[in-house]
Design a protein around this ligand. Structure first.
Ligand SMILES: Nc1nc2c(c(=O)[nH]1)N[C@H]1C(S)=C(S)[C@@H](COP(=O)(O)O)O[C@H]1N2
Ligand SMILES: [Mo]
Length: 392
């Protein structure tokens, strides 16, 4: 299945300026210092995560099929792209798209992991525009009287063979898909512009709060089913395997038993550290934070500390929150630290020339990001304190 049949001869050109982690399929991320400068991530700074080649598709012939297994829907329907755009109300949602492999590089410093060596740039905050999946499902014959419990919605893209399967797919619970507050979209726009091929043109699924792997690009089939998607990327990848599992052989019997990741846990990251011009000893930190996407909990506070010796609160200073929007956006923050005032901590860590700074996020339910994160073989969902080193 997949892999050997991928065809790259029609690959679209990609944006310049990203740090390329793999050429075929194209995987690239922006430098974090640039990323944290914008509330809406501009196209040139949006990471690209692909398990297949990227093609330029034709919207004039593009259709989406809505169907079901076990005859749950009376019939399947096919909707032309043009009709999808014209027949349903337009909706916009601001939401951060985040790969489960974000910060994998740091998890790999604990012990080697399998996967693309992502730094902390595989996240993008955008305003997505399209039609509500809810409206499309209602049209297809589902209504709120259904018992949604245990049902799923599969999203699939058949435009290419992927590295590990003959098509790309994933699923979410039907309850999330149809919830008016779940804000799930069939999107054609990103930051008020048509999607680019790299990000799913003509149509991608947007699942606010859920990790990127379910945001299926070039989606062409939506299926109601009693089980999760059978696709490789739902079943045998993007799962937090137990720390005792270290090899592919050990993982094989476990995939079935470990739940698929839907939302990622609370997180925060330092994107840049710069000297404040003209202010000797002062440094400005900028970064982002994310709440747990399941309930859509926003960040209440972000704190920073210079090499905290323990978890006591007084070592942490509150950062300023500079951007946040609705339930699903990321949070941007910044903070100025005075190294002159932090002499004691700096001496404790042995000098002035290299200072380690940490950040942590606290959500509106008082959930605090933890100092450490357990290792897992695929290096997913890393969320230890954000950490950066300032060198004079
Ligand atoms: N069809 C398709 N959809 C896909 C993928 C893919 O490889 N193929 N990658 C997924 C993953 S793992 C992520 S993190 C996001 C990345 O979206 P982006 O490339 O627009 O940043 O898309 C998801 N949707
Ligand atoms: Mo991902």
């Amino acid at each position: 299945m997949g892999g050997q049949d991928m065809v790259f001869s029609h690959e679209v050109p990609h944006v310049d300026g990203l740090i390329v982690r793999a050429v075929q399929p194209f995987n690239a991320e922006p430098p974090p210092s640039a990323l944290v400068e914008f509330k809406y991530t501009p196209e040139e700074l949006i990471y690209c995560r692909n398990h297949s080649p990227v093609y330029e598709l034709d919207e004039d012939t593009y259709t989406v099929t809505i169907d079901s297994v076990d005859g749950m829907l009376p019939k399947s329907i096919e909707i032309k792209y043009k009709d999808l755009k014209n027949d349903f109300p337009y909706a916009e949602v601001v939401a951060a798209l985040q790969c489960a492999g974000n910060r994998r590089k740091e998890m790999g410093e604990i012990k080697p992991v399998r996967g693309v060596t992502w730094d902390c740039g595989v996240i993008a905050n955008c305003c997505w525009g399209g039609v509500r999946l809810r409206d499309v499902l209602l049209r297809a014959g589902i209504d709120d009287s259904w018992s949604m419990e245990g049902l799923h919605v599969w999203f699939a893209s058949h435009v290419s063979v992927c590295q590990d399967d003959s098509y790309y797919g994933g699923s979410i619970p039907l309850s999330k898909a149809i919830d008016p507050e779940g804000d799930v979209l069939l999107a054609f726009d990103m930051n008020s512009q048509s999607l680019s091929p790299d990000h799913g043109y003509p149509l991608r699924i947007v699942v606010p709060g859920y990790t990127g792997v379910r945001w299926v690009k070039w989606a062409d089939r939506i299926t109601i089913a009693r089980d999760e998607s059978p696709n490789f990327y739902q079943q045998r990848d993007y799962k937090i395997l137990p720390p005792s599992c270290e090899t592919v052989e050990q993982a094989a019997p476990l995939w079935r038993t470990v739940p698929a990741i839907d939302a990622l846990p609370i997180n925060s990251v330092i994107g840049s550290i710069n000297e404040v011009p003209g202010e000797e000893g002062k440094i400005r930190l900028k970064g982002y934070a994310m709440g747990h996407g399941g309930p859509g909990r926003q960040i209440a506070r972000v704190q920073v500390a210079i090499a905290p010796s323990d978890d006591s609160d007084e070592q942490w200073a509150d950062a300023n929150i500079t951007y946040q929007e609705g339930k699903w956006s990321w949070t941007l923050w910044d903070c100025v630290l005075d190294l002159n005032e932090a002499k004691e901590s700096i001496e404790r860590i042995g000098g002035k020339n290299e200072v380690t700074v940490f950040c942590r996020a606290i959500d509106e339910s008082e959930v605090v990001q933890k100092k450490e994160c357990a290792w897992n073989m695929r290096g997913v969902a890393f969320n230890a304190y954000g950490k950066a080193i300032w060198r004079r």
